[in-house]
Design a protein around this ligand. Structure first.
Ligand SMILES: Nc1ncnc2c1ncn2[C@@H]1O[C@H](COP(=O)(O)OP(=O)(O)OP(=O)(O)O)[C@@H](O)[C@H]1O
Ligand SMILES: [Mg+2]
Length: 284
């Protein structure tokens, strides 16, 4: 059987939004859905509540799973759903589920955090470390635009993101908009360096076309728009996400250091995007 789509469920509104998005995606992909609620009795090394049947954390997790299961079945009755309570550290448990998941879907935030938090620590960690695609969903999402936006750059790291975007577009019968944003490097100590911006822009445009050529060839049914923007990638992708059903980014680009698990662009768009965001890294 196909690997399941795994949803992290903590009973929050965002987790419900994630469950609904994941149910739709499971229906599209023909794979089962697994709802996972992680119970952390040992937060801070102190048992907050004794573990066992009837303890308040387990009862909460059972309720969260039952509500999520009802939401998934109500939305996509044809999708097989299973539910599981796991004891441990939520971010770590969910991250480690990547090996058995087609993808992991989480809410942008959960029950914790302070009022102003936009993306919680669990979703940030999972997006930064899981080896499978991770989709972060906000409450209020809806598919309304018929286009998937993918952020591209020169790095080979963005290729799994392009593949994911084309797969989503094919399954949904919609188009792909590939956005590459570039800026001139800043040389404060060498102001005499000058650039032919028009020519550079044209070179970038050709490079993006070449990058997308294999997918254009393999997915002839998917309409593609290529866009080269002069500006900062976070700004360009955030703006593009206003008219997208999904924004797909790689985990990091050319500028990333080896130890960086989530590049600055991916991290920032998780906070600013107006639609669900998929972070896709090469499978290890
Ligand atoms: N205990 C858990 N079990 C399963 N999934 C979880 C759990 N905690 C969080 N998640 C998943 O992660 C998403 C984001 O929650 P997260 O915990 O990151 O945000 P938060 O609670 O607002 O902030 P923080 O916990 O960092 O203070 C949730 O919507 C849910 O999908
Ligand atoms: Mg939390």
């Amino acid at each position: 059987m196909a690997d399941p789509i795994i949803v992290g469920t903590d009973g929050s509104a965002a987790a419900t939004a994630a469950t609904e998005w994941a149910a739709d995606d499971a229906a599209r992909k023909g794979c089962p859905l697994r709802l996972v609620s992680v119970v952390d009795h040992w937060a801070y090394g102190i048992p907050k509540f004794p573990a066992g049947a009837g303890d308040p954390l387990t009862v909460h997790a059972e309720r969260a799973l039952a509500a999520a299961e009802a939401a998934a079945r109500g939305r996509r009755p044809e999708v097989p759903v299973s539910a599981e309570i796991v004891e441990g550290i939520p971010a770590k448990i969910l991250r480690d589920k990547a090996g058995e998941a087609a993808e992991i879907v989480v809410g942008s935030r959960g029950l914790g955090g302070f009022a102003g938090v936009v993306v919680g620590s669990v979703s940030t960690h999972v997006a930064g470390h899981a080896s499978c695609p991770v989709v972060v969903v906000r409450p209020g999402w809806r598919d309304a635009h018929g286009e998937i936006v993918v952020g591209v750059d020169y790095s080979p790291e963005c290729e799994p993101a392009i593949a994911y975007a084309f797969e989503q577009a094919r399954l949904r019968g919609c188009g792909v908009r590939a956005v590459y944003a570039w800026q001139l490097p800043v040389h404060t100590l060498a102001p005499e360096i000058s650039y032919d911006v028009e020519e550079l822009h044209e070179t970038q445009r050709r490079a993006v076309s070449e990058k997308l050529a294999p997918w254009r060839r393999d997915e002839p049914g998917v309409p593609v728009r290529e866009e080269v923007v002069f500006g900062h990638p976070v700004e360009a992708l955030t703006e593009a996400s206003e008219r997208a059903d999904l924004l797909v980014v790689g985990s990091h680009g050319r500028g990333a250091l080896g130890s960086v698990m989530l590049g600055s662009v991916s991290r920032a768009v998780l906070h600013h995007a107006h639609c669900p965001v998929a972070v896709v890294r090469p499978r290890r």
